[in-house]
Design a protein around this ligand. Structure first.
Ligand SMILES: [Zn+2]
Length: 491
């Protein structure tokens, strides 16, 4: 039986720096013996004087420890993976089978100063990075699209790592509800442009980094011009238009797009690099219909999740620049923070991909309508058919004792934050079958957090044949709080 033995970093110095070996054997014991035969130096590390495997090493077949199976006698079959997992206390290793070129080619930054040598010492001690890798980092220019949850760890780690130039693009300002996860911004930064606040954080972490800020939206008109000035792009955005735009500009310019995304407890990361593998369009030829997949602002996100996904992205950016390692090209890692599980999926290049395929149809971004592709125009047009009622007007009509029904369509855990006064509760998913509970002779006003789900509620009800007058509370409970009742919490 030929099985794969995964060699841990700490043992690779005994296996001529190989990380994976193909060995023969019918049981785990036979495979480990085959290892010791082929690389005799491993014997003294693996076995104690009593001839037994040392206790600081665990042996796994697939996901199971052989201690829970039959120990050395555990049978193995063709294609199995055996992993040796020793205890580690930190340190570095090196391998010969992870060779790839830097995206910078031969470009190197200036010689490192003594201050830089001190600052980046732990990188210089890694053979995989070393002086050459650090000078590449110094020469590198990385554009980060989005200064939110994913942008925060990207900026922090790339600045700390000594990336020479960081470009930051975002048109937003810091809001209080960002601070639960966007750890580059602080309470003092509320109301400031995110790029300005992020730049201050970078200067605090590493004053040697040059920072370019773009307080604007990335558009089909400016994307190619901007991205062409950078070596690598990290997509830390929060909407489909920007994701397709970043992907397309990167494909056209031959740059890698280091992707990260998240929602609630689930995160994804990959490297879309059309030169070496699939692009974002190969994976997702079309976005979901606008409004179908809720954003983090609507559905929430656990604060540490962007920290984990953003650091995965930062790691891929560093490997691209330094050269070497195995990239996430052609692979999508999925992370479930609630169940603490990482999964990996293969993604393949689509020969019919409209931008990186054999006969591309998208060759100019300015001619491509991203809003239309992402269904935003259609949705806006449909949304305009729903009439909104301003918070002050609703308040006036309630106070005047008019016959009006208020329906709260928010989730139960949102109502636990605050109840809307005198509202009846019908979740969106039940509206169609519970329309009998509404009085078609009275005006009905739907309420949600931001006035978007309530539009969906009105449309759902109409499609189900409801004939009464239905409105949405414009701007939702957050607008109600701003304009009518400041004691109602905004969230
Ligand atoms: Zn593609």
């Amino acid at each position: 039986m030929a099985v794969t033995l995964i060699v841990p970093t700490t043992l690779r110095m005994f296996t001529e720096h190989r990380s994976e070996l193909t060995l023969d054997g019918n049981t785990v014991g036979e495979v480990i013996d085959a290892l010791a035969d082929e690389y005799p130096d491993t014997r003294k590390v693996l076995y104690g004087e009593d001839g037994r495997l040392r206790e600081f090493i665990n042996v796994f077949v697939g996901a199971d420890n052989i201690r829970d199976l039959n120990g050395y006698d555990t049978p193995v079959k063709e294609g199995d993976e055996i992993m040796l997992i020793p205890a580690i206390a930190g340190g570095s290793g090196d391998t010969v089978d992870d060779v790839r070129e830097s995206v910078l080619g031969d470009r190197l930054g200036e010689k490192l100063t003594n201050d830089e040598i001190k600052r980046y010492s732990r990188h210089l001690l890694l053979k995989e990075i070393g002086v050459k890798g650090q000078r590449r980092l110094k020469a590198a220019k990385v554009l980060i699209v989005g200064m939110g949850g994913l942008g925060a760890p990207l900026v922090q780690y790339l600045a700390a790592a000594g990336v020479g130039t960081l470009g930051l693009i975002d048109f937003d300002e810091v809001e209080e509800s960002n601070l639960q996860r966007q750890v580059i911004h602080g309470s003092r930064d509320i109301g400031r442009p995110k790029v300005a606040s992020a730049k201050d954080s970078i200067k605090q972490i590493n004053p040697l980094v040059k920072v370019e800020t773009y307080n604007m939206r990335l558009t089909a008109e400016n994307a190619v011009e901007l991205i062409s000035q950078y070596d690598v792009v990290a997509d830390a955005s929060d909407n489909y238009q920007t994701r397709y735009l970043v992907n397309d500009a990167c494909v056209l310019l031959g740059k890698p797009d280091v992707f990260g995304a998240m929602y609630q407890f689930e995160g994804q990361a990959s490297v879309y690099y059309a030169k070496e593998g699939p692009c974002y369009r190969c994976m997702y030829p079309a976005p979901p219909p606008a409004g179908l997949v809720p954003s983090c602002a609507m559905g929430g996100v656990v604060g540490v999740l962007p920290g984990m996904i953003g650091t995965v992205q930062a790691n891929e950016v560093i490997k691209l620049i330094v050269g070497g390692g195995k990239l996430l090209t052609g692979r999508l890692v999925m992370f479930d923070a609630w169940r603490m599980r990482w999964r990996e999926l293969k993604i393949r290049k689509d020969p019919r991909c409209p931008i990186c395929g054999e006969t591309p149809t998208i060759t100019e971004l300015e001619e491509y309508d991203y809003e239309d592709f992402c269904g935003i125009k259609t949705r806006e047009a449909e949304d305009e058919t729903v009439e909104g009622i301003e918070p002050k007007e609703l308040k006036r009509r309630i106070d005047a004792g008019e016959k009006i029904t208020v329906v709260d369509v928010r989730e139960p855990h949102e109502r636990a934050i605050a109840k809307f006064p005198d509202a009846i509760v019908i979740p969106i998913g039940q509206l169609a079958r519970r329309q009998d509970e509404l009085d078609p002779s009275a005006d009905t006003v739907f309420v949600c957090k931001e006035g978007k789900r309530s539009i969906l509620a009105v449309r759902t009800l109409r499609e189900a044949g409801y004939k009464g007058a239905a409105y949405n509370l414009a701007g939702g409970t957050n607008a109600w709080s701003r304009e009518v009742d400041s004691s109602f919490p905004q969230y």
